[in-house]
Design a protein. Sequence first.
Length: 433
Amino acid sequence: MTGGTVHIVGAGLAGLAAAMRLVGSGREIIVHDIARHAGGRCRSYFEPALGLTVDNGNHLLLSANDNALAFLRTIGSEEKLAGPKEAEFAFADLASGECWLLHPNNGRIPWWILSKSRRVPGTRAVDYLSLIRLLHPKRDQSLGKVIECTGALYERLWRPLFLAALNTDPQEASALLAGAVLHETLARGGRACRPLVASEGLGATFIDPALAYLGRKGTRFCFNHQLRGLEVADEKVRALDFGEDVVKLAPNDAVILAVPASVACLILPGVATPTTFRAIVNAHFKLEPPKAFPRILGIINGTPEWLFAFPDRLSATISAADRWIEAPREVLARKVWDDVAKLIGAEGDMPPWHIIKERRATFAALPEENAKRPPAPTQWPNLFLAGDWTATGLPATIEGAIRSGNTAANLVLTADSRQSRVVNGSGGRQHRQ
Ligand SMILES: Cc1cc2nc3c(=O)[nH]c(=O)nc-3n(C[C@H](O)[C@H](O)[C@H](O)COP(=O)(O)OP(=O)(O)OC[C@H]3O[C@@H](n4cnc5c(N)ncnc54)[C@H](O)[C@@H]3O)c2cc1C
């Protein structure tokens, strides 16, 4: 496949990551997207009701997200992630009025669970041992079968943590995916758990600099370009059907399909994909946060679970929010504002607000949905899959999306080097035939 064109369909983080890995490899890179813009489920836009640029949803990263941080380093954006120097998470319990700071120590030995001032109030060090069971779960187990899903430690730590990471009620969520989150974060020590936020917005941090970087490297973008189907013959993908135009593939061209699962299953009917999804609702309120308000606050016993403070707004997140999808926006805004007002001590009218409902924010991280995730290679040697829903081993996250793009691009490059070995006469049987 050396020297051909790589068509990347989908300009979300998976597609952009694949393009970034492939530029400079001697291939032409063309990125197609149905939308007028890049970013997919990780984007910013101007919201006239607020007169502000907001994100489609609050996104939390952790310092453990190695692929995401490398992506940002490449595009010169790493400094745009803001967060504390150490792993610190502020929490407030709306039912009891308690506030605390969870503060895991930097190293791998978790002595923080022995410290009353660092662990969750109302818990004992011994309670945390139950998590050891999560380090080696069975493939088809739900989290509820592995750890006790009641009590202070669950309600005040494991529930908000796993709900945020899996976007699925933790009791029914895949223990395997919860275990993967644990392996990559707390098991690596507090150093891997610093919370990081794109304080200037997702567009300014991830998307715009990635587009600028790729543009400088000669990547072409075709927006408003909806892939409708693939033409397959002789066990290879031969053409991409975009409706009004059909792109014929040369013998050494390759395709990376980086669209959401709900689209991939229509384009590739024979390929298994997750089919159940979970929503996320975000409520933005236009007001300056109080001085010294934490950048991220975990909320226990509230409607939202997390509150993010930006210089010009407070933004609350409800994960696994399917129960709220049909609720009128104003009702939802008032319900969330009631909690936010209590937390910041606000009185008076609700400030200008904006509700964003993402119906299919992520695939449902259930054991049976996780089992459906396909790997990046397909039965067609010139077609590879990418996206947070492919078999990354992680839940649907920025880290998983970028990892999947890197994997698909690596497969294209591996196919390249195999091909050039064949061309150079070192390819063995295949070449001699
Ligand atoms: C509200 C919300 C909050 C989130 N919070 C977090 C968080 O806190 N931390 C975290 O790590 N992750 C979070 N995520 C998950 C993260 O945003 C996603 O995992 C990631 O953005 C997925 O990237 P992707 O490239 O796999 O898919 P997408 O972003 O969905 O990209 C797919 C692209 O394909 C395009 N496309 C679709 N159909 C076609 C077609 N037929 N032809 C051409 N193009 C097509 C789409 O327009 C899109 O640009 C959140 C997601 C949401 C929605």
